[in-house]
Design a protein around this ligand. Structure first.
Ligand SMILES: Cc1cc2nc3c(=O)[nH]c(=O)nc-3n(C[C@H](O)[C@H](O)[C@H](O)COP(=O)(O)O)c2cc1C
Length: 202
């Protein structure tokens, strides 16, 4: 039997019960399942249980791994867990709204916890090199009024850069932008993009 694709699903909307980005993520998942067959799924709501980095976290992170004390190891435990999930996954699906032209704070907290020198990227004389690779990343983005790829979209390019930075370059962005202008048209356009990304077998 072929091994199932390991999918990590991350949702960032602060309003998950009514989230358009999350609904589109569900749709993408169904479509990916229809095309790829078996998926082993792990899911994380980024509103739950994340914390911001602080001096004790930074201190622990910059202490060499073999010199960390128990408290420092404990301080990095959540970050380790989030990185382990990324390493585990073959396929990452992230859903997020645009908040104030960029990422929700919970998603930024996740980013700060997973971008770790020596673990997910390393510095070289030629510049930083990502240490993860070989994973597909789908990002579903919703916005109220801002068109994606416009000069005030500080979200889609930023997320692409973050994933590239840790070595994940196969990044596909599905956008339902300008939901406040014509929600149905935005939603339909995003579904079209999903169907194009995962064309049903003929
Ligand atoms: C706190 C907050 C900030 C927002 N900032 C922006 C913004 O800067 N630009 C924009 O186009 N929409 C903005 N929106 C609208 C959301 O991006 C839009 O409603 C989106 O569809 C919400 O996605 P969701 O239903 O998955 O939560 C904002 C919404 C909230 C709640």
């Amino acid at each position: 039997m072929p091994t199932p694709t390991r999918m990590l699903r991350l949702d960032a909307s602060a309003n998950p019960a009514e989230s358009a980005s999350k609904q589109l993520g569900d749709r993408l998942l169904r479509q990916a399942r229809a095309v790829n067959g078996d998926l082993e799924l792990r899911q994380r709501d980024l509103n739950q249980g994340l914390s911001f980095i602080d001096p004790s976290w930074v201190g622990a992170n910059f202490t060499p791994a073999d010199a960390r004390d128990d408290a420092q190891r404990e301080r990095l435990a959540l970050s380790d867990e989030l990185i382990d999930e990324l390493v585990w996954a073959d396929h990452i699906v992230l859903t997020t709204p645009m908040y104030n032209f960029s990422v929700p704070a919970t998603l930024k907290a996740w980013i700060d916890l997973v971008c770790r020198a020596g673990v997910t990227f390393r510095y070289t004389p030629e510049g930083p090199v990502g240490l993860l690779g070989g994973k597909r990343v789908d990002i579903v983005i919703t916005t109220g009024g801002v068109p994606l790829d416009s000069p005030v979209d500080f979200l889609s390019g930023y997320l692409r850069q973050i994933f590239n930075f840790i070595g994940l370059t196969d990044v596909n962005i599905v956008g339902a932008d300008r939901m406040n202008v014509d929600a149905d048209a935005s939603f339909d356009s995003a579904i079209g993009q999903i169907e194009q990304s995962y064309p049903a077998a003929a």
